[in-house]
Write a protein that binds this ligand. Structure first.
Ligand SMILES: Cc1cc2nc3c(=O)[nH]c(=O)nc-3n(C[C@H](O)[C@H](O)[C@H](O)COP(=O)(O)OP(=O)(O)OC[C@H]3O[C@@H](n4cnc5c(N)ncnc54)[C@H](O)[C@@H]3O)c2cc1C
Length: 407
């Protein structure tokens, strides 16, 4: 499908007219979010998507990366694009200022995320997961863990993944069997196999930080016995440099119907000994902590649906303006099909679906911003509960309507 750059007027209308820029003055950033500043950010992001991301589609992106000698190899073009993306600070937009991010509000992060996802879904997933891992460590990690992992995740030097699924544990995570054996120094050795791990291995970044759900030997059965571990691909030395490779092997790269550029891996934790890992949060609280990352990923999958739906609408609109077919009643010669009433109805329906998806997603991002800036504690809790309720709605509504538009 041909790529059409995003219509920035729509996004600016929501940010400036519907929400009002005053809403964002309490965000973590020192930069004043003026209309011109937002316009500049969106214009630059749009330029990046047109010049760097959209042209990435090639034969390689139709067949996907290769698993060679136990490692996933990405294309040179993809690596160059990821480097430019990170150097431009695009992955750090909404991340904590304390650890190198810009601290911009989530609504602005959403505006640029919609642009990446519309240009290249497979590319967008790596940064989506990395931002999710960073946010989860920020919320649940110790000060030492934050200092150790966040600056490199936020700068894009390292990537992040989430590891829940096992062959017998898909929707039902109560039957996860990956185990974590405590060591005397307080760290853990992880053994087990995870499947369908998005960006489970690749060479876009120097290191990959896996967040892995596993069970201690004496933990209760079911989801109440799951804990969450940080398991790096390469061990990290005391001075922050990279050490030996951890005991993690890539058993396969799944062949999918689409989304080929995004590697989907089977990962084996443990070889001659378990993979080294450290606990994130408390023992047996793993699922509730993992929900922070899952919720961020769910929201972003909704944004992917919105971006695909918007792109399909733009494609249909451009075609309807250019395709000449059919003489209208009372006319003398064929006209572009956009002039036919029934085509107009189809296009209007697509536009309404796109607008509704966009309003919903931006509203939830706005609530997320409110929940971190509002000072009143009970208001904060109420807003958070509303966000938790609406995130699955964003995911299902925006993806379903995105698919309808694409059809
Ligand atoms: C492209 C891709 C990327 C992925 N990336 C990741 C990743 O990065 N990390 C990760 O951990 N996982 C990942 N997953 C795994 C994904 O989260 C699982 O596929 C998902 O949890 C469902 O598990 P399953 O495929 O085993 O389906 P199953 O659990 O076997 O479900 C099959 C069907 O049965 C339905 N079903 C199951 N139980 C019930 C029930 N109780 N009531 C009603 N219906 C039910 C489901 O809705 C589904 O339609 C990825 C999957 C894909 C396809």
């Amino acid at each position: 499908m041909k790529y059409y750059p995003p219509d920035l007027r729509e996004v600016k209308y929501i940010l400036e007219e519907l929400m009002g820029l005053d809403q964002f003055k309490n965000s973590d950033t020192d930069t004043e979010l003026t209309s011109d500043f937002i316009k500049d950010i969106l214009t630059e992001a749009s330029k990046f998507s047109v010049e760097v991301l959209a042209p990435l589609y090639s034969d390689w992106h139709r067949s996907g990366p290769e698993l060679k000698d136990g490692a996933i190899l990405m294309s040179q073009e993809m690596k160059a694009a990821y480097q430019r993306f990170s150097e431009g600070g695009w992955g750090a937009m909404t991340a904590s200022k304390e650890f190198g991010g810009f601290g911009f509000p989530k609504v602005l992060g959403l505006a640029v995320e919609e642009i990446w996802q519309g240009a290249h879904l497979g590319f967008g997933l790596c940064s989506l997961l990395t931002q999710g891992a960073a946010e989860t460590i920020l919320q649940a990690g110790t000060e030492e863990q934050k200092r150790k992992y966040l600056p490199n995740l936020i700068s894009g030097r390292w990537a992040g993944t989430m590891n829940l699924t096992e062959s017998q544990a898909g929707s039902d995570l109560s039957v996860v069997t990956t185990t974590a054996i405590p060591e005397t120094d307080g760290t853990y050795r992880i053994t087990g196999q995870k499947i369908f791990i998005t960006y489970g291995d690749h060479d876009l970044t120097e290191n990959i930080i896996h967040l892995v759900l596993a069970r201690l030997p004496d933990s209760p059965q079911g989801v109440k016995g799951l804990s969450l571990f940080i398991v790096p691909k390469y061990l990290i030395q005391a001075d922050g440099g990279l050490g030996e490779k951890n005991f993690i092997s890539v058993l396969s790269n799944e062949h999918k119907l689409g989304l080929q550029a995004s590697p989907t891996c089977v990962l084996k934790y443990g070889q001659e000994k378990g993979a080294w890992g450290e606990l994130l949060g408390s023992v047996n609280q793993g699922l509730s902590i993992m929900f922070m990352m899952m919720n961020q990923a769910r929201f972003s999958v909704g944004v992917q649906g919105l971006a695909m739906g918007a792109r399909a609408y733009q494609g249909a609109l451009a075609y309807a303006k250019e395709r000449i077919q059919g003489v209208p009643i009372g006319g003398t010669k064929p006209v572009p099909i956009i002039n036919h009433g029934s085509v107009h109805v189809l296009l209007s329906t697509m536009k309404v679906r796109t607008d509704a998806s966009r309003f919903l997603a931006y509203y939830v991002a706005y609530l997320m911003d409110q929940s971190s800036t509002v000072l009143d504690e009970s208001e904060k809790q109420k807003t958070k509960q509303l966000v938790d309720l609406l995130i699955p709605v964003v995911k299902s509504f925006c993806t379903e309507h995105g698919v309808m538009n694409a059809h």
